[in-house]
Design a protein around this ligand. Structure first.
Ligand SMILES: [Zn+2]
Length: 188
């Protein structure tokens, strides 16, 4: 299983004043971070930072509005910035998925410029067929399974599988590149 994704959560008031008061937080704590002791002690320490900019730009008691300015480990599931609540929601949505499925969901969302939510997860799961080394491999396996044949034997060995895969994927299936090699397969 992948490591827990993280977000860099910072104070919006301080950020707008040109000062970074924030830290990396595990995704499952993003939505409760503002109430945690961790945040309180970070503000306390920021108050004592040598140049004292944090207190100059922002009243200490008002470090309330937080924002995720960066993230890591979410792949394509979160693009750019978001609220801590959104980060926590996305994590809840995908935490029970396997690594491949999570990456495939990210690729599927990015390909259609969609955001991660439960409706899109449902659509994704209806469409996702699994992962293969290549589109060509997927078609060969598919034919072998459906027709009970060995595609390395004549006459199957004479088939232009590259062309067959193009035809196959044009009508009913899509293949999207997986981040670390291979392809994710989707039915229409
Ligand atoms: Zn602040």
């Amino acid at each position: 299983m992948n490591e827990m994704p993280r977000v860099w959560i910072g104070c919006i008031g301080c950020y707008n004043g040109g000062f970074l008061v924030g830290e990396w937080v595990d995704a499952d704590e993003a939505d409760t971070y503002a109430e945690m002791d961790q945040w309180t002690s970070l503000i306390d320490s920021a108050r004592n930072w040598p140049n004292g900019k944090a207190q100059a730009y922002h009243i200490v008691e008002a470090h309330e509005e937080l924002w995720c300015y960066d993230s890591e480990g979410f792949g394509d599931l979160i693009k750019g910035e978001c609220s801590p609540g959104q980060a926590a929601e996305v994590w809840q949505l995908v935490e029970d998925l396997g690594d491949d499925e999570r990456d495939a969901f990210g690729a599927w969302l990015a390909n259609q410029h969609l955001s991660a939510d439960s409706d899109h997860l449902k659509q994704f799961q209806d469409s996702y067929q699994g992962r293969a080394d290549s589109a060509e491999d997927y078609v060969r396996d598919w034919i072998e399974e459906c027709d009970g044949v060995d595609t390395s034997q004549f006459p199957y060995s004479c088939i232009d599988w590259d062309a067959a895969a193009r035809e196959f994927f044009m009508s009913d299936y899509d293949a999207l590149d997986a981040p670390d090699g291979g392809v994710f397969i989707f039915s229409h």
